[in-house]
Design a protein around this ligand. Structure first.
Ligand code: HEC
Ligand code: HEC
Ligand code: HEC
Length: 446
């Protein structure tokens, strides 16, 4: 008996091995055939900036848990690693696709539109397959339970989101490239409107939270500048000469996306993260396509005059005349870096003359950067990091308003008036701290 059973086991083992090995070989061949697909998916995940939202502060990549405040309470991004218990490890392609492009979970629940599925709806199926390959085979599975929403019942019920989705999220249909003048612009439109989800920040939203336009077909509100996010205003990406990208060349836009800076401006606020996590990893060809597409979007304000440099403020400052309101504050606090002519130093200190951020209708970003300062981190191709010191700890609301108005009306700029009350509003939301002294200056003081 014993012998037979051993023999039997051997036979089973041999048969199994024989049966399995072609499978194993097939699986291995399949995995290596998948490699380019996984790599392409990784590239697309970067272009879509999935990591920025699906990673909590200091947390593991793609394990979720980042908090999003909504008007009715907080929600948290989810674990999109291939962990079988807490992530998407058991999801089929169809389930993954439905969540990303249509905003519907496998159980039928609608996702909060903090997940930009209304933009991702434009992705092609081959791109979705590449993303699926990456998220199921290229990402390390991590066990981390999703956090439930911090919203009280009955507002926490998800069915109203389903109505929202039906009203405001676009029907999924293939991206129509034929609408665009050339294939490069069409490709740029696909990236900007879809994966790049630029409109999620840069397009104004209605009271009901949907973006006023999801593509250029939706009219002049598309990418016309969004509401403040964490106190930073995403400016217009249309051709407006003063408040948009009217004076930027295609190369300026590419350089900004790649390095967070141009000859004249520097990224800050939410845009720094976009550059760090996403845009700097996007290929030059894709960035060029995006820039070329953005340059096709006309100004949405015919009354906005072209910017022309005016040197009267610079002349006054140079001759020691600081009698204009805010001029003295500017001379004492800003001039060393941004210069009397408001032109800054190329690629180090941004120019303030002609800068859309300085002239924007909503001055929140300007006030914010004055109060809190900002650091632009280096990127792969522009490794130096540059810092604007905070001034909130030593300038009063009135002084900040004065200097803001000075820069909004000097060197040819035309920005609306900022009041001390506006500054007080922004101050409530940003911590005012003295700058940390670099270690060297601490030594000098001893
Ligand atoms: C702007 C932030 C943001 C970006 C960018 C983003 N997501 Fe999300 N995503 C979320 C949030 C928030 C949720 C959870 C929404 C909810 O609870 O209703 C979510 C949910 C999901 C879900 C559903 C998971 C589940 O367990 O229900 C999937 C799948 C997903 N995202 C994939 C992606 C992929 C792939 C990308 C990149 C192409 C991406 N997300 C980019 C914020 C984002
Ligand atoms: C998470 C929100 C967010 C997303 C997503 C986002 N941006 Fe921005 N962007 C901002 C903010 C905030 C600013 C204003 C700060 C600044 O000028 O750096 C900005 C500024 C810019 C500027 C500089 C404008 C100026 O006048 O100085 C450009 C160009 C730009 N974004 C392009 C893009 C493109 C292209 C995309 C899509 C690939 C995109 N942004 C996606 C938040 C965002
Ligand atoms: C030590 C040099 C320095 C001083 C002093 C300084 N800044 Fe800046 N400023 C910078 C740097 C560097 C940036 C870019 C920061 C970033 O992108 O994160 C910047 C950014 C800005 C911006 C945003 C423009 C853009 O395109 O990014 C404005 C507006 C601004 N500064 C105004 C001022 C004003 C007004 C003062 C005086 C109250 C001042 N700065 C003092 C270095 C300085």
């Amino acid at each position: 008996m014993k012998k037979i059973s051993i023999k039997c086991a051997q036979v089973v083992a041999v048969t199994l091995a024989a049966l399995c090995s072609p499978f194993a070989a097939h699986a291995a061949a399949n995995a290596s055939a998948q490699q380019p697909l996984v790599a392409h998916g990784e590239y697309l995940a970067r272009a879509g900036d999935c990591i920025a939202c699906h990673t909590s502060q200091g947390g593991k990549p793609f394990a979720g848990g980042l908090k999003f405040d909504t008007p009715i309470g907080a929600i948290y991004s989810t674990n999109i690693t291939p962990d079988r218990n807490t992530g998407i490890g058991t999801w089929t392609f169809e389930q993954f696709d439905r969540a990303v492009r249509a905003g519907v979970r496998p159980n039928g629940d609608t996702l909060y539109p903090a997940m930009p599925y209304p933009s991702y709806a434009r992705l092609s199926e081959p791109d979705m397959r590449a993303l699926y390959a990456y998220f199921t085979q290229g990402v390390t599975p991590l066990q981390q339970q999703n956090r439930p929403v911090d919203i009280v019942w009955p507002l926490s019920m998800r069915w109203p989101l389903g109505f929202w989705r039906q009203l405001f999220a676009p029907e999924q249909k293939p991206f129509d490239a034929t609408r665009y003048a050339d294939p490069v612009i069409a490709h740029g439109a696909y990236l900007v409107q879809g994966l790049g989800h630029c409109g999620a920040c840069h397009t104004p939203r209605a009271k009901t939270m949907q973006e006023l336009a999801l593509t250029d077909l939706g009219g002049n509100d598309y990418l016309a500048g969004g509401g403040p996010i964490d106190g930073w205003v995403p400016s217009s990406l249309r051709g407006n000469p003063r408040t948009g990208l009217g004076t930027w060349s295609e190369a300026d836009i590419v350089q900004f996306l790649k390095t967070g800076r141009t000859q004249h401006t520097a990224a800050f606020g939410g845009m720094t993260d976009v550059v760090q996590h996403s845009a700097q990893h996007v290929s030059d060809d894709d960035l060029t396509a995006m820039a070329r597409y953005l340059k096709t979007l006309p100004s949405n304000d015919p009354k906005e005059t072209p910017y022309a440099y005016d040197d009267s403020a610079a002349r006054a400052l140079r001759t020691g005349d600081a009698s204009a309101p805010g001029a003295a504050v500017y001379r004492d606090n800003c001039m060393a870096c941004h210069r009397s002519d408001g032109r800054g130093y190329t690629r180090v200190f941004p120019a303030l003359g002609g800068n859309p951020v300085v002239q924007g209708n909503d001055a929140t970003s300007l006030i914010h950067v004055l109060l809190a300062g900002s650091t632009l981190e280096g990127t792969k191709t522009a490794p130096s990091s540059i810092t604007m010191p905070p001034f909130g700890w030593r300038l009063s609301d009135q002084e900040v308003a004065d200097v803001a108005n000075f820069v909004r009306t000097s060197w040819g700029n035309t920005g609306s008036k900022v009041t001390a009350t506006d500054v007080a509003q922004v101050r409530k939301t940003v911590p005012a701290h003295a700058p940390e002294l670099p270690p060297a200056s601490a030594l000098e003081r001893r």
